[in-house]
Design a protein around this ligand. Structure first.
Ligand code: FE2
Ligand code: FE2
Length: 252
C-alpha cells in the first residue's frame, strides 16, 4: 500500500504472506480449506477515486480466506478488470465488486441454478401449451410454487449469510427489490395464459401483444435477476459455505 493511503476499513492480519508463499506452504492438510472465505475487507471509493495500481498492490496482500469489497459510484474502469472478482452491484448509482483469490469451481448450489434455467424453459412451454389450447394449470401452479420456495430460501438462508459476511445489506436489498417485482407480476401468469388460448375472445394479434407485455414486465426481470445472482452472489455464497472435506453445500 502506498504511504499515506489506507483502507477505509482494514482488518489487520498477523503473519500475512503473499499468495505464492501461501500456495507453497499453507500448512493446511486439505487444499479445499484455502477456498473458504472468512474475512471481508472494505475499500470504499464512493468519495474518492483510488487507482488500479493501488488495487494491484492490495490484491497481493489478499489471503485465500479474505475478500476485498470495493464500492464505487461509477463503473469499474477496464484497468480494474484484474485478479479474480465477482460483480455484486452493477449500477446505475453504485458499483460493487469483491476481489478474491482464484478457486477451483466449487459445487454448491447447482440445484438453484438448475431451477433458474428450468423456470425459463417452463415459461416457453406454458406459452406453447396455451396457444395450442392445452391444460396449463398444473404446470403453472408447479412453477409458481417452485419460484416462491426458491425466493424464500434465498431470503432466509442466502441473503442473511451474504449480509453477515459483507457487513452490509446493500447487495441483498437490491436482490430483494427484484423479488418484489417478480412477486408483483407472477400472479398474472394464469390469466395471461388463458388469454393466449384459442378459447379466448382476443384476436391473434392481441394475444401476441399480451405475451409481449408479460415478457417485458416479468420474464425480462427474471432473466436480469438470474444473471445478477449467478454473476456474483451465488459464487460468493459458495465460497463462504464450502466446507473442508464436505465438497457440496446441503441445500435445504
Ligand atoms: Fe432470487
Ligand atoms: Fe434465484
Amino acid at each position: 500500500m502506498r504511504p499515506g493511503r489506507r483502507w477505509a476499513v482494514l482488518i489487520p492480519i498477523k503473519g500475512r504472506r503473499n499468495p505464492a508463499q501461501q500456495q507453497q506452504g499453507s500448512g493446511h492438510p486439505d487444499p479445499e480449506a484455502k477456498h473458504v472465505l472468512t474475512r471481508c475487507r472494505h475499500w470504499d471509493l464512493r468519495h474518492e477515486t483510488g487507482d488500479s495500481a493501488e488495487l494491484s498492490e492490495n490484491l497481493l496482500t489478499i489471503s485465500h480466506e479474505e475478500a476485498l469489497l470495493v464500492s464505487r459510484k461509477t463503473s469499474f474502469p477496464e484497468s480494474w478488470n484484474q485478479g479474480s472478482h465477482l460483480c455484486l452491484i452493477d449500477g446505475p448509482s453504485l458499483f460493487m465488486r469483491v476481489y478474491l483469490t482464484p478457486a477451483t469451481a466449487l459445487p454448491g448450489i447447482e440445484d438453484r441454478r438448475q431451477e433458474h434455467a428450468e423456470w425459463l424453459k417452463q415459461f416457453a412451454l406454458l406459452k406453447n401449451d396455451a396457444l395450442q389450447g392445452l391444460e396449463t394449470n398444473p404446470k403453472t401452479q408447479a412453477l409458481l410454487h417452485s419460484m416462491e420456495a426458491h425466493m424464500q430460501w434465498e431470503e432466509t438462508v442466502l441473503f442473511p449469510r451474504l449480509d453477515q459476511f459483507l457487513g452490509t445489506s446493500r447487495v441483498t436489498r437490491e436482490l430483494g427489490y427484484e423479488h418484489q417485482g417478480i412477486r408483483r407480476w407472477l400472479p398474472q401468469l394464469p390469466d395471461v395464459l388463458d388469454e393466449l388460448k384459442p378459447s379466448s375472445s382476443l384476436t391473434v394479434d392481441a394475444r401476441r401483444k399480451v405475451w409481449e407485455k408479460f415478457s417485458l414486465d416479468l420474464i425480462h426481470l427474471i432473466e436480469h435477476h438470474i444473471e445478477h445472482e449467478e454473476r456474483g452472489p451465488y459464487p460468493l455464497y459458495e465460497r463462504l459455505e464450502a466446507k473442508e472435506g464436505k465438497g457440496r453445500i446441503q441445500v435445504q
